[in-house]
Ligand binder design. Structure first.
Ligand code: UT7
Length: 326
């Protein structure tokens, strides 16, 4: 067992150019929604939509390039690429290998991971284990999603909630002494397949042969979210002997501002210490946390040495939390 620590050496994000407002959706004939309903229930005001032909691998590669550049790293430094996505370019090859090729990385290994909106937390957990066990030293962890292609645009209960985008971090394995306390402290992954049908894509390559669309029992997911996220956050802090007061930033999965505010209150963190992007990005599933991380790390809010708590819940059900010192 090596004693390497997975330090977040760079972050990057990518959003498609097209931004679609609530008012534009409200103007769609037959959708019967409004800006005020969407804002009051979710905090969402707009979302980005991928251009025709723009894929999860295109967006993921753009986010990854930014993360590598910020880390001062290049293709030769990448041992592994893990892509969390529910909207892969195709069943295979993995979107991760598509990104590998687009980045000009000709070494190491690359694979996709499916844990819906919790995908980035799971991918961090796997990357951390790879680094700690000495199997990889430089790992790109990417969340990239084109939910616009798996939405039923006639279902107002889901189509107003999601958006497209990608985020990435480059993790560098450093010896404990060199890391100086920085890096991933712990990750905590959970799943309960008994609730698989309350948030689901109703088709797939191995069943219908197609892709299907998102179906969600929103109120039920909401109830699970509040209790399960609270438990995951407590678990992460307890595992490290830390308390609420030690957290500098909460970087939550961005599904609903009401859930995000509830988690902030639980941690006694003012909203200024919670990174919020849901208003502009909507729910970008596995991309939401790395997009939010990239925004706050790049605009100077998250500083070196800050303790950052991440949490997410999504289809599966899957949920989890991760603690990192930047
Ligand atoms: O990322 C994965 C994790 N996902 C989540 O965490 C999502 C969790 N759930 C939620 O965020 C919320 O449950 C929603 C935002 C999805 C829905 O909010 P809600 O307050 O739970 O509303 P609801 O589903 O109970 O619907 C209330 C009403 C219904 O009408 P009736 O039955 O009261 O007449 C819906 O038909 O709002 C109606 N409605 C809408 N009205 C206008 C549902 N969607 C819309 C809409 N515009 N877009």
């Amino acid at each position: 067992m090596s004693s390497l620590r997975a330090v977040i050496a760079g972050t990057g994000g990518y959003l498609p150019e097209r931004s679609l407002s609530n008012d534009e959706l409200a103007a769609w004939k037959g959708l019967e929604t409004s800006d005020s309903w969407i804002v009051e229930r979710t905090g969402i005001r707009r979302r980005h939509i991928a251009a025709p032909g723009e894929s999860a691998s295109d967006m993921g590669a753009a986010a990854a390039r930014a993360a590598l550049a910020q880390a001062g790293a290049g293709p030769a430094d990448v041992d592994a690429i893990i892509v969390a996505t529910s909207t892969p370019d195709s069943a295979f090859p993995a979107t991760a290998t598509r990104i590998q090729a687009k980045l000009g990385v000709a070494r190491g290994f690359a694979f996709d991971l499916a844990a819906a909106c919790t995908g980035f937390i799971y991918a961090l957990g796997v990357a951390d284990a790879l680094i700690r066990t000495g199997q990889a030293r430089g790992v790109l962890v990417i969340g990239t999603e084109v939910y616009s292609r798996i939405l039923d645009w006639a279902d107002r209960g889901t189509c107003v909630l999601f958006g497209d985008g990608a985020g990435a971090v480059f993790l560098r394995g450093l010896p404990l002494a060199e890391a100086g306390g920085r890096g991933l402290l712990s990750t905590h992954m959970h799943a309960d397949g008994r609730h698989g049908d309350i948030l689901v894509v109703d088709g797939g390559a191995g069943t219908t042969g197609g892709t299907g669309v998102v179906r969600m029992a929103g109120r039920e997911v909401f109830k699970h979210a509040v209790t399960k996220l609270a438990a995951a956050v407590d678990e992460a802090l307890a595992a490290n002997g830390l308390g609420h007061g030690d957290v500098n930033w909460l970087v939550p999965h961005q599904a609903n501002l009401r859930i995000i505010e509830a988690m902030g209150r639980k941690l006694h963190l003012p909203l200024e210490r919670v990174v919020v992007t849901v208003d502009r990005h909507a729910n970008t599933s596995a991309a939401s946390i790395p997009l939010a991380l990239a925004e706050a790390a790049r605009d100077g809010r998250i500083k070196t040495g800050d303790l950052v708590l991440m949490e997410a819940i999504g289809g599966g059900l899957t949920w989890g939390a991760a603690l990192a010192r930047f």
